[in-house]
Design a binder for this molecule. Structure first.
Ligand SMILES: *[C@@H]1O[C@H](CO)[C@@H](O)[C@H](O)[C@H]1NC(C)=O
Ligand SMILES: *[C@@H]1O[C@H](CO)[C@@H](O)[C@H](O)[C@H]1NC(C)=O
Ligand SMILES: *[C@@H]1O[C@H](CO)[C@@H](O)[C@H](O)[C@H]1NC(C)=O
Ligand SMILES: *[C@@H]1O[C@H](CO)[C@@H](O)[C@H](O)[C@H]1NC(C)=O
Length: 385
C-alpha cells in the first residue's frame, strides 16, 4: 500500500518538480555518459565471456562469485523482518514454530506504516463449501485481512490461483474434538498467523461459519473493541465446574475455572500468551480429558487468569443450541430466508466497550453446503455484502 501512495505524493511535491527542472539543460551530456557506460558494460561482458571460456568451469564459479554476487545480495534492511512469509509451507515442527512465533519486539511503536490486519483462521476437515460467500465478503479489502487454513493432513486443496484461499493452508495434523490435539491445531493456526507482523486480530472460524455483516462493519467492530471476544463464563453445573480436576491446582483453582465456546477472537497480545504457554498446557493435557472437553476450557481459563480484564467474556459467533442435544443445529438451503437473518440479528442487546450495543454477533454457524446458493442470493440484501 505504501509503495503505491508514496510516488503519488512525490509527484505532487513542488520540491520534486524543481529538482527535475535542474537537469533540463543537461540531456546531451547525460546521453553521452550513458553511451560510454553502455560501451563499458559490453566490453566487460565480452571480457567475462572470454575468461569463462578460457579458464573453464572452475574459474567461472570464481568469476560469478566475485563479480556478480554483490548485485544479488540485498543490503540488510528492515523489510526482511516485516515481510510476511511468501509461502505458508515450512519445515518447522510445533515446538520450533511456537518458539519462533513467541518472539516479540520490545519497542511498542512500529518504525514503519503498519496497517493492522484480521487473520481469519479456518479450522476445517478439508473442503470449504462456503468459500464463494467468503470470497464475496472479502473482496476489495485485501490489505486488511489474511487467511490461514488448518485441515486434515491428507486433504489436498484445489483452489484456483485467483482464489483468496489459494496457498493458504498451513502444515496440519490430525485433531480430534474435545482433545488436546484440537487446541494444538488452534495454537498452530495462531503461531503461523503470528509470523505476519501485520496481523493484529485473530479469529477462529470453521468451514460452516458465515459472516453476518459486511467487512467494514466487522473490521470496525473488532478493531475498536477494548476487549477480546473470548467466551468465558463460570458455569456452576456438572458441565462447567463439574469438569474441574483438583490436580490442576495451584496453577488453576476452581474459582478461576471457565468455560466458553471454541470460536474466539483474540488480539496479538493474547495470541502470544496462548502460543507461549508452558505453564497451563501440561495441566490441561493431563487432567482435562473427556468428559472434560479441553477446547471449551483451556484458553478461556488460561486467559481469565492471565488477562481476565481484557476479555469480553462472550463469543461473537452465533450458534443455535435450541434444538437440544450434543450438537448445535445445522442450517440447510430451506432455512435460509430473510426472516431467518432478522431473527439472528434483530432484537439483541449486549455490552460493547462498556455500553449497550445491538450488534452482538458477527459470525454464525453451522451452515450446510446446501445453504450456499440461497446465501449467495440473499447476502447483499440480508447481510450487506
Ligand atoms: C457496510 O454496511 C454499512 C451499513 O449498512 C454501509 O454504510 C457501508 O457502506 C458498507 N460498506 C461496504 C464496503 O459495503
Ligand atoms: C484461587 O486463586 C485466587 C487467585 O490467585 C485466590 O485469590 C483464591 O484464594 C484461590 N482459591 C482457592 C480455593 O485456592
Ligand atoms: C470478564 O471477566 C473477568 C473475570 O471474571 C472480569 O475481570 C472482566 O471485567 C470481564 N470483562 C468484561 C468486559 O466485563
Ligand atoms: C443498557 O440497557 C439496559 C436495558 O435496556 C438499561 O437498563 C441500561 O441502563 C443500559 N445501560 C447503558 C450503559 O446504557
Amino acid at each position: 500500500m505504501q509503495s503505491r501512495v508514496v510516488p503519488l505524493e512525490e509527484g505532487k511535491d513542488p520540491g520534486a518538480i524543481s529538482r527535475t527542472n535542474q537537469y533540463k539543460p543537461l540531456p546531451l551530456r547525460l546521453l553521452q555518459l550513458f553511451v560510454i557506460f553502455l560501451a563499458m558494460c559490453i566490453a566487460f561482458s565480452a571480457i567475462s565471456m572470454y575468461t569463462i571460456r578460457r579458464f573453464g568451469i572452475y574459474n567461472m564459479g570464481n568469476v560469478a562469485k566475485s563479480t556478480f554476487q554483490p548485485c544479488y545480495e540485498e543490503p540488510s534492511s528492515l523489510n526482511k523482518w516485516i515481510r510476511p512469509p511468501s509461502n505458508l509451507i515450512h519445515a518447522m515442527n510445533d515446538q520450533e514454530l511456537l518458539w519462533r512465533a513467541s518472539l516479540v519486539p520490545r519497542i511498542k511503536t512500529y518504525p514503519f506504516d503498519r496497517v493492522p490486519k484480521i487473520a481469519f483462521m479456518f479450522l476445517t476437515k478439508g473442503p470449504l463449501p462456503l468459500a464463494p460467500l467468503w470470497e464475496r465478503f472479502l473482496k476489495g479489502h485485501e490489505e486488511l485481512y489474511s487467511i490461514y487454513i488448518h485441515s486434515l493432513p491428507s486433504f489436498e486443496p484445489r483452489f484456483p490461483t485467483k482464489s483468496v484461499f489459494f496457498g493458504r493452508h498451513i502444515p496440519s495434523q490430525i485433531s480430534e474434538w474435545g482433545r488436546m490435539s484440537m487446541c494444538d491445531a488452534e495454537r498452530r493456526l495462531l503461531a503461523n498467523a503470528l509470523l505476519d507482523i501485520s496481523n493484529e486480530w485473530f479469529i477462529l472460524v470453521s468451514e460452516s461459519c458465515i459472516p453476518l455483516y459486511n467487512f467494514s462493519i466487522i473490521y470496525r467492530y473488532i478493531s475498536k473493541s477494548k476487549y477480546s471476544f473470548m467466551g468465558a463464563f463460570d458455569d456452576p453445573g456438572p458441565y462447567g465446574r463439574g469438569r474441574y480436576n483438583e490436580n490442576m491446582a495451584p496453577e488453576v483453582n476452581l474459582t478461576q475455572w471457565r468455560k466458553g465456546s471454541q470460536w474466539f477472537e483474540v488480539n496479538r497480545r493474547l495470541a502470544i500468551n496462548i502460543v507461549e504457554d508452558t505453564k497451563f498446557y501440561p495441566k490441561f493435557k493431563k487432567f482435562c480429558r473427556p468428559a472434560c472437553y479441553v477446547d471449551e476450557h483451556y484458553f478461556p481459563t488460561m486467559l481469565n487468569i492471565q488477562a481476565g480484564n481484557v476479555l469480553a467474556n462472550r463469543s461473537i459467533t452465533w450458534v443455535d443450541w435450541s434444538r437440544g442435544g450434543a450438537h448445535p443445529a445445522t442450517f440447510g438451503g430451506a432455512d435460509i430466508t430473510e426472516e431467518f437473518f432478522k431473527r439472528i440479528l434483530k432484537g439483541r442487546l449486549c455490552i460493547y466497550n462498556d455500553r449497550n450495543s445491538t450488534i452482538c454477533v458477527l459470525f454464525a454457524r453451522k451452515f450446510a453446503p446446501s445453504a450456499l446458493e440461497p446465501l449467495l442470493h440473499l447476502s447483499t440484501k440480508a447481510l450487506g455484502y
